[in-house]
Design a protein around this ligand. Structure first.
Ligand SMILES: [Ca+2]
Ligand SMILES: [Ca+2]
Length: 253
C-alpha cells in the first residue's frame, strides 16, 4: 500500500511481544502496530484471551489506582483523545478527553450475555455543551448499537431507535447526569430514564436482536473507511478540547 492509503484501524505492520518474553511487564500479551498507517500503537491484552464473561458490571472507579486495574474493560486511548482515571474531593471516575478531529476516546465493556431483561445505569458529566460529542451504545458483537444515546455538539440529548433520532432536549453541562435503561431483549424494546424522567418505550434501532452483552462509551461518531477519513494536511488537534466524566456504571438483570 502507498503511504497515501490510510486504512482505518490496527491493520498494519503488527508485531507481537509475546507472553513470557522477559522484558514485558506483567502477564499480558503486548502487540505493537501502526494505527491507520500513522502513529505506532501498543495494546496490552490479558491472557488467556476471552470474548465473553458470566458477570455483570458494578463499577464506581473509587478504588482504582490506574487503568491497568480495569483489565476487563476495553480501552481505546489515542494521544489526543485519551481515557484516564480522574478525581475530585473523594470521588473517582473515568475521564474522556478529546481534541482529535479524526479520532475518539472509547471504552467498551463486555458483560454477561443477556436474552431477557437488563438494567443499565450510569452517570455522566459533560464539561461543555457547545462542542464535543459523547455516544453510548448498547448491543452485541455484530449489532453494535441497537440502542444509542448521544450528547451532541449542540448540547442536545438524542436517542436513536427504530423511529430514527429523537431530540430529548438540552442537557446541562458541568453537572452529573443520571441515565437508567430498562431493556427487554425479547421485545427488542427499552425505556430510558434521564434525570428521573422516563420517556416512552422505544424499539431497538436494529433488526431482531437476540442477546445483548456490551456497552460502548465514545467521544464521537463511529469511524469507518468512508466515515470521517483522515485528511493528512488537516490532521492537527482541534481548537477546543471536549471533556466527559463517566461514573457509577451498573449493569444487572
Ligand atoms: Ca466514582
Ligand atoms: Ca474527536
Amino acid at each position: 500500500m502507498g503511504s497515501i492509503i490510510k486504512d482505518i484501524g490496527p491493520c498494519n505492520y503488527q508485531i507481537g511481544l509475546y507472553e513470557g518474553l522477559n522484558k514485558t511487564p506483567g502477564d499480558e500479551m503486548w502487540i505493537v502496530y501502526s494505527m491507520s498507517k500513522e502513529d505506532i500503537w501498543i495494546s496490552s491484552i490479558p491472557v488467556p484471551l476471552h470474548s465473553n464473561t458470566s458477570e455483570y458490571v458494578e463499577e464506581n472507579f473509587n478504588s482504582i489506582k490506574g487503568l491497568q486495574e480495569l483489565s476487563n474493560w476495553n480501552i481505546y486511548s489515542p494521544k489526543w483523545a485519551s481515557v484516564k482515571i480522574s478525581s475530585n474531593s473523594d470521588n473517582q471516575y473515568l475521564e474522556f478527553s478529546d481534541e482529535d478531529p479524526y479520532d475518539y476516546a472509547k471504552v467498551f465493556k463486555v458483560f454477561k450475555e443477556t436474552t431477557d431483561k437488563l438494567k443499565v445505569k450510569f452517570t455522566l458529566l459533560a464539561k461543555q455543551n457547545d462542542h464535543g460529542r459523547f455516544e453510548i451504545e448498547i448491543g452485541n458483537t455484530s449489532q453494535l448499537n441497537p440502542i444509542r444515546i448521544s450528547l451532541t455538539e449542540m448540547g442536545r440529548l438524542v436517542l436513536s431507535s427504530w423511529e430514527g433520532d429523537q431530540d430529548l432536549g438540552a442537557f446541562n453541562f458541568d453537572e452529573w447526569l443520571n441515565f437508567e435503561l430498562d431493556i427487554d431483549v425479547p421485545a427488542n424494546s427499552f425505556n430510558l430514564t434521564f434525570n428521573q424522567k422516563t420517556f416512552n418505550t422505544k424499539v431497538f434501532n436494529s433488526k431482531k436482536v437476540n442477546f445483548i452483552d456490551r456497552i460502548t462509551f465514545r467521544t464521537g461518531l463511529p469511524r469507518g473507511i468512508f466515515i470521517n477519513p483522515v485528511t493528512p494536511n488537516t490532521d492537527l488537534p482541534s481548537k477546543q478540547k471536549a471533556i466527559f466524566y463517566l461514573d457509577n456504571v451498573k449493569i444487572s438483570n
